[in-house]
Design a protein around this ligand. Structure first.
Ligand SMILES: [Zn+2]
Length: 515
């Protein structure tokens, strides 16, 4: 490959603090009535004073730590000057040379069918805190309205080093960042709602003629770097991938035709499926940054004393893999957000409790119980990611719509595992559980609808007799008063009947015969 794509990402994230960044106005992203959550501070009235939001600083520290950043001992706010109708002060309070967090790294793992590299370590240049601008809406009758509800919402800008080599890597980074922000519970990170806004910097350089030092692309020898293109309007993960790929292809063609271009900003046009020129930069914008005189410099770590880093998505994924034996793909699906992670975690906890209540796990070595645990966890993982998620897709449901508890889902898995119900009937039960308005017990559905149960006592008599004959040791233990062993014997009868026997009748017959 003659040209190497050099891609860096800039992501803006709205924090879901209760109040805005520098005033007490409500930070409510769902407010539909324009200009209701406003005050003199966030509408930029002269003479007002900004008071920084403590929680926003704490959360930026938290994000920085989660991204492996160094947290600066001393940080400050700066004024970034520019005029635009959504910014009545004619400056934005941001951070210039002393951001709260810097020099981090994020590790990404890719599925090989998706990307040419198996993994990548992406440098995080910085994460800093600033205020969001107001929102302009351009109307059909040639007028523009300004809504100040968004003005002053805390915004964290996360900038990466130019470490991405493919469009897929950049998309996966944005997805990973969304998962991380949701795990930290600091933002809803919904791209469609503008909680998370992604921009890419893309340039193509000749292989072997440049180096990247401290996140900066530098030419080698007499090579002149090709100008970078700033790509905006990437409003979905799909747009991130398609927009960047389009730019890579466009710049490749230009280079092959010996064309050069100026540094420029382009926007992704979703309907035309192409990037369009927005403006060319003659020289770098001069924002005339200077320290915000109304807010003294601060020590982020002295402010953020109460924060602790929760288990991060990658660690959870690894744990789901090692502890439960889930495949990497399943683990990834189950850690896409906190709700699925918690659902999966609760299902697994119930299942493990169930395994420990089985007499066979007490009798056998830890290895076998570990093996059993993996086997049933994999079964549960597979049922969640393929069957449950698939049925939910058909019904256009999301995790908040699931009417049943993780306990009852776990119970369904134990029914399948102990072969009390076969896969076909289990899917019918799951469909009933999903379509119900309440949390129904799968055993109840199974019994009520008679999914494959044998209640004919004559057949069951002979199965029970065989079990008693085949497991004399356990039968002895039961007779000596170890009542829990009955579950094992029932389990063996279920197995012998290929899951079709009625366990209640089996238990009654066993107890009668072993009296
Ligand atoms: Zn306000």
């Amino acid at each position: 490959m003659k040209y190497i794509p050099i891609i860096g990402m800039e992501v803006h994230v709205e924090l879901k603090t209760h109040s805005k960044m520098f005033c007490a106005c409500k930070n409510d992203a769902d407010e539909t009535q324009a200009n209701t959550n406003i005050c003199p501070v966030c509408t930029g009235q002269p003479g007002t004073l900004p008071v920084p939001n403590k929680q926003a600083i704490e959360w930026t520290v938290l994000i920085g730590k989660a991204l492996g950043c160094t947290i600066r001992d001393l940080s400050k706010f700066d004024r970034k000057h520019y005029f635009y109708p959504d910014l009545p002060k004619a400056y934005q309070i941001s951070q210039y040379d002393e951001p709260i967090a810097e020099h981090g790294t994020i590790h990404l793992e890719f599925l090989l069918e998706d990307n040419i590299h198996p993994n990548a370590d992406i440098g995080i240049t910085r994460a800093h805190l600033e205020e969001d601008t107001a929102k302009l809406s351009h109307n059909d009758n040639n007028t523009t309205h300004v809504d100040f509800n968004r003005s002053g919402i805390p915004l964290v800008e996360i900038v990466t080093d130019p470490d991405f080599k493919t469009a897929t890597e950049a998309k996966l980074y944005c997805q990973e960042l969304r998962t991380l922000l949701r795990f930290l519970d600091v933002s809803d990170a919904d791209m469609e709602k503008g909680h998370m806004r992604c921009e890419a910097n893309i340039s193509l350089q000749e292989a072997g003629r440049f180096e990247i030092i401290n996140g900066e692309v530098r030419p080698l020898g007499d090579y002149t770097l090709n100008a970078k293109v700033e790509l905006k309007n990437l409003n979905s993960f799909k747009a991130v991938e398609r927009g960047i790929q389009y730019e890579i292809d466009r710049q490749t063609t230009m280079l092959e035709n010996n064309e050069i271009w100026k540094q420029q900003t382009r926007g992704w046009d979703e309907t035309k499926n192409e990037t369009v020129l927005q403006r060319e930069k003659e020289n770098a914008a001069d924002y005339r940054y200077f320290p915000e005189p109304d807010i003294p410099p601060f020590h982020p770590l002295t402010i953020a004393t109460n924060i602790s880093l929760p288990e991060l998505p990658q660690a959870t994924r690894m744990r789901f893999h090692t502890e439960y034996g889930l495949s990497y793909a399943d683990a990834q699906l189950l850690t896409q957000d906190k709700q699925w992670r918690d659902f999966c975690e609760q299902v697994m906890t119930e299942i493990i409790e169930w395994i420990h209540s089985l007499p066979e796990s007490k009798e056998s070595s830890d290895d076998i119980s570990h093996h059993t645990k993996h086997k049933i966890a994999q079964l549960a993982g597979g049922w969640i990611t393929s069957k449950l998620m698939g049925m939910m897709n058909e019904r256009r449901m999301n995790i908040h719509d699931i009417p049943f508890s993780p306990e009852n889902f776990a119970e369904l898995i134990t029914l399948i595992y102990s072969e009390r119900v076969n896969s076909t009937n289990a899917q019918k039960i799951l469909a009933d559980m999903l379509d119900s308005k309440t949390d129904i017990d799968p055993t109840h559905i199974m019994e009520e609808k008679g999914y494959g149960q044998v209640r004919d006592e004559e057949t069951l008599h002979s199965i029970v007799d065989d079990v008693i004959k085949n497991y004399p040791v356990q039968v002895e233990q039961f007779k000596f008063g170890k009542d829990t062993i009955i579950k094992f014997l029932i389990g063996m009868a279920m197995k012998a009947s290929e899951g079709s026997a009625d366990p209640t009748i089996v238990e009654r017959l066993l107890r009668e015969k072993l009296k």
